[in-house]
Design a binder for this molecule. Structure first.
Ligand SMILES: Nc1ncnc2c1ncn2[C@@H]1O[C@H](COP(=O)(O)OP(=O)(O)OP(=O)(O)O)[C@@H](O)[C@H]1O
Ligand SMILES: [Mg+2]
Length: 227
């Protein structure tokens, strides 16, 4: 089943002489449960693409369908709700809220949606992320790997259709990096959670089912590693 489909997606930043075509007529689709790595040089348009897939920004032209919904036909309020429920975002620098505890950071998306926290689901996630003994800590009291595990928990708590990660291990040493990728793969395989990861690390890309290479805003290569 197709969970994500993008049609002729383009993004131009700025106007006139300073306009930059960051994404140039990109089309592909992703199956539910697929693990896709996105690679490419700095400035090639990877983060731009990920933001458009996640409803974080609007394209200059083209369409994004998530679970058959044309997400850019939604108004701002509907798009914000869509993002919160269907997209789990993970960034290189975690983007946690500094004044909230680990538990509050993880459950924030549910509270914003006025949904009750499912205690069992919460404790399952926290256990898998090995954060049980850190629930009342603040982000600055955690290691980098722990902070990234919190951001994975926050991304997973609303059972999103798609997990999007922009260089999730870019700030971590190789041991923590390996642990984070193993966790993402575990959620991908165990819960059939669709996973799209931008990475500069070839070892990570080679663990994906499929590698999409972006260059100058275009898909340069699209290869299935594992059918
Ligand atoms: N908000 C913005 N305003 C203007 N130009 C932008 C903006 N964001 C990105 N760009 C430009 O768009 C192009 C693609 O940027 P993008 O961040 O998508 O690259 P990237 O592949 O993620 O690079 P990196 O590997 O360094 O993170 C770059 O040339 C960049 O300068
Ligand atoms: Mg980037």
């Amino acid at each position: 089943m197709e969970i994500l489909k993008i049609d002729n997606l383009s993004k131009v930043y700025g106007k006139g002489e300073t306009a930059v075509k960051a994404l140039d007529d990109v089309s592909f689709s992703v199956k539910k449960g697929e693990f896709v790595a996105i690679i490419g040089p700095s400035g090639s348009g990877k983060s731009t693409l990920l933001h458009l897939l996640g409803g974080v920004d609007r394209p200059s032209s083209g369409k994004v369908f998530v679970d058959n919904t044309d997400i850019y036909s939604l108004n701002e309020t509907q798009l914000a709700i869509f993002r919160r429920r269907q997209i789990g975002l993970i960034y290189q620098f975690y983007n946690l809220i500094p004044v909230l505890t680990v538990e509050e950071n993880i459950t924030l998306p549910l509270l914003l949606d006025q949904h009750k926290v499912d205690k069992k689901q919460f404790s399952d996630i926290v256990k898998k992320l090995n954060l049980e003994n850190r629930l009342n800590h603040l982000p600055n009291q955690l290691s980098g790997g722990q902070q990234q595990r919190v951001s994975i928990g926050r991304a997973l708590i609303s059972n999103p259709a798609i997990m999007l990660a922009d260089e999730p291990t870019g700030n971590l040493d190789s041991k923590n990096s390996g642990e984070i990728i193993d966790l993402l793969k575990m959620f991908n395989k165990t819960f059939n959670q669709t996973l799209i990861v931008i990475t500069h690390d070839e070892r990570i890309a080679l663990q994906a089912d499929r590698i999409i290479a972006i260059e100058d805003g275009k898909v340069k290569k699209d290869e299935v590693v594992r059918p």
